[in-house]
Design a protein around this ligand. Structure first.
Ligand SMILES: N[C@@H](CCC(=O)N[C@@H](CS)C(=O)NCC(=O)O)C(=O)O
Length: 220
């Protein structure tokens, strides 16, 4: 029988993976529908006519696009096992850091991945600067949310997996014990959480996919 929740996704998308991790954290059952991004389904085009992108969460027939919006929706629709703190100030600050991770760290990570030479060195500097600021939000805690992971961990959660893949591809180190000790420890702690690990795509397959993306950026 079809489930009440459906997720339209693409296996190598960090945006999709974060939604899968949140659903897994909450213990929500769903049907996963893999999209061919070169030949998008009618359901995807109708569900997200503005951006035509994955992820889209369909709950009781109603589509919700955009991963950050989906995460907030999941939190509100299934309030048990909260991802956000109950205290209004702490809640606001969690949203602040989630937004910082999304609006500052993610674009600088993309810049690092898509540039070369001098430009990549500059992009790396900018990325490390932003990660130092983000590291400050850990404030000696194991996770951004405290003893267990929460919203900020899931939003910033692409970093541990995808940064390590980029480091492997470029033979470089961005996050290590020496420059970002707390974030480095968080990388390991986050990736070892069972509800996270279960939803990560195979690392080798992701490396091959990233190599393909890099090749597609090369001028013909
Ligand atoms: N801001 C969006 C980004 C989603 C996104 O970039 N999805 C990509 C896959 S990683 C996609 O659907 N690409 C297909 C396209 O743009 O045509 C979110 O957070 O959900």
């Amino acid at each position: 029988m079809a489930k009440e929740v459906k997720l339209l996704g693409f296996w190598a998308s960090a945006y999709v993976v974060r939604v899968q991790i949140a659903l897994n954290f909450k213990g929500i059952e769903y049907d996963y529908v893999e999209e061919d991004l070169k030949k998008k389904s009618e359901l995807l085009l109708q569900s997200n006519p503005v951006y035509r992108q994955v992820p889209v969460l369909v709950h009781a027939g109603k589509p919700i696009p955009e991963s950050m919006v989906i995460l907030e929706y999941i939190e509100e629709a299934w309030p048990e096992k909260p991802l956000l703190p109950q205290d209004p100030y702490q809640r606001a600050m969690a949203r602040f850091w989630a937004r910082f991770a999304e609006e500052k760290c993610l674009p600088s990570g993309v810049k690092y991945f898509t540039t070369k030479g001098e430009d990549q060195l500059k992009a790396k500097e900018e990325l490390v600067e932003n990660l130092k600021i983000l590291e400050g939000a850990l404030q000696g805690k194991k996770f951004f949310a405290g003893e267990t992971a929460g919203m900020v961990d899931i939003v910033a959660g692409w970093l541990p997996f995808w940064i390590r893949r980029m480091e492997g591809l470029f033979g470089d180190k961005v996050v290590e014990e020496d420059n970002l000790p707390h974030l480095n420890a968080w990388f390991q702690d986050y990736l070892s959480l069972p509800f996270v690990r279960e939803k990560l795509p195979p690392p080798e397959k992701v490396c091959a996919h990233l190599r393909g993306l890099l090749a597609s950026l090369e001028p013909n």
